[in-house]
Design a protein around this ligand. Structure first.
Ligand code: PMP
Length: 418
């Protein structure tokens, strides 16, 4: 009964499970951009662990580093103790990421997940500023805890738990507003409206590209205007780079192109590189007002993740080859999607680097395209408030031929779903 059937999952696993509904098969192993089911069917992965496998599944260099660390009984759970694995990671992060970019951040290990990184960012901003509200944007996604949900612009995800938005702005996170600074004027007015009793926000939290929200891209001018607004109104700028960091859009940090330096940055997902849980909250040194132990947690020191993260930095961030490749492959996807949207009615596309969205007028069509793609051996998921956007998130290490293969499958799936 168990074996290849899904029944044990249906019987035992909570209704909250979701990806096994999108992809009804039992997966067994994975390498690079491919997964295999226990029935030995092969799938191409354009989902990449929701962005946590930028360097592919079972990356051989990272695997070797991990295995040799485990072989020598390297510490696995180090809480926040000083360990050689943590020191090696911090050194590599300084030498290969922060130093070359002139970013002066302090590094905090807030817990294993992206949600933890966001939670710590919100707590720190509120503590430093001594104010509670945080501005977030329409369709934002920042996590599943009560705190991170409170800045998540998704009513469905908040509703059951009764979490109100802390200070959501009805301002559309609009990819088309690039450089049109006056669009911020109304927010500025709101901030200056002391007479109405608005609590002045401590911070603004933003994704440079909304991943879950439907691949909504903020232009560099928009981001600069936002950073400027934060500076003028004494609010901290938090960039949530959990999904778009670690090279997804090209550069290591997704905000680099815009030339801004956020006060606080969150990273997780691909930071360990091997799919192991790891998260970082980065902040300007003058914000380091934590008391020892004020934010702790058992799994802040996943040393196995430090080892693979260090190997990933040395392998992919010692030069700009991966960044250039991501931009090149992103342009190739853009060309293919432009052709696709010219050929088929009712869709448009957008994105940066290797995060791309195909928006359908009809969300049911987007879901059907994903289902057809799965039948043809490709994993892709929908995103956006009504699930109207098919999101393409291949590993950055995807081979050129695999990228074409996946795009061919999508092309055929769209054609078969008028
Ligand atoms: N922030 C962003 C931008 C995300 O995309 C996600 C996850 N999709 C999170 C936070 C939460 O990360 P996690 O699922 O690891 O808690």
């Amino acid at each position: 009964v168990i074996g290849t059937s899904m029944s044990v999952f249906d019987l035992l696993e909570s209704e909250v499970r979701s990806y096994c509904r999108s992809w009804p098969t039992v997966f067994d192993h994975a390498r690079g951009s491919r997964l295999w089911s226990e029935e030995r069917r092969r799938y191409l992965d354009f989902f990449a662990g929701a962005g946590s496998l930028n360097y592919g599944h079972s990356n051989p260099v990272l695997k070797r580093a991990l295995l040799s660390y485990l072989e020598r009984d390297g510490i696995v759970n180090g809480l926040d103790m000083a360990t050689t694995a943590k020191r090696d990671f911090l050194t590599a992060f300084q030498d290969l990421v922060l130093g070359p970019r002139g970013l002066p951040y302090k590094v905090m290990f807030p817990g294993p997940t992206g949600t933890d990184a966001v939670e710590a960012a919100l707590k720190l901003a509120r503590k430093v500023k001594g104010r509670e509200p945080v501005v977030s944007f329409t369709n934002a996604f920042h996590g599943m805890s009560l705190g991170s949900l409170a800045v998540t612009g998704n009513a469905f995800k908040r509703a059951g738990a009764g979490v109100p938005l802390v200070h959501g702005t009805p301002m559309p996170f609009d990819r088309y507003l690039d450089g049109r600074v006056p669009d911020f004027l109304w927010l500025e007015r709101l901030l200056e409206d002391s007479g109405s009793g608005l609590d002045h926000p401590a911070a603004v939290i933003v994704e440079t590209v909304q991943g879950e929200g439907g691949v909504n891209v903020a232009g560099p001018g928009w981001l600069r205007a936002l950073a400027d607004l934060c500076a003028r109104h004494d609010m901290l700028l938090i960039v949530d780079d959990v999904q778009m960091g670690c090279g997804r859009t090209g550069p290591f940090f997704s905000f680099e192109d815009a030339g801004i330096t956020p006060d606080i940055v969150t990273l997780s997902k691909s930071v360990s590189g091997y799919g192991l849980p790891m998260a970082l909250t980065l902040f300007s040194p003058e914000l380091d007002r934590w008391e020892p132990g004020e934010h702790n947690g058992t799994f802040r020191g996943n040393n196995a993740a430090f080892v693979t993260a260090t190997a990933a930095l040395h392998t992919y961030w010692a030069d700009d080859e991966l960044e250039r490749r991501t931009v090149r492959l992103g342009n190739r996807v853009e060309e293919r999607l432009s052709a696709m949207t010219r050929e088929h009615h009712g869709l448009s596309h957008r994105g940066r680097g290797l995060v791309r969205g195909i928006e359908f007028e009809d969300p049911a069509r987007a879901a059907a395209v994903c289902a057809r793609a799965f039948e043809r051996g490709l994993l892709v998921e929908t995103s956006g408030p009504t699930g109207q956007v098919v999101k393409l998130l291949p590993p950055l290490t995807v081979r050129d031929a695999e990228l074409d293969e996946g795009l061919d499958i999508i092309d055929r799936a769209v054609l078969a779903t008028p």
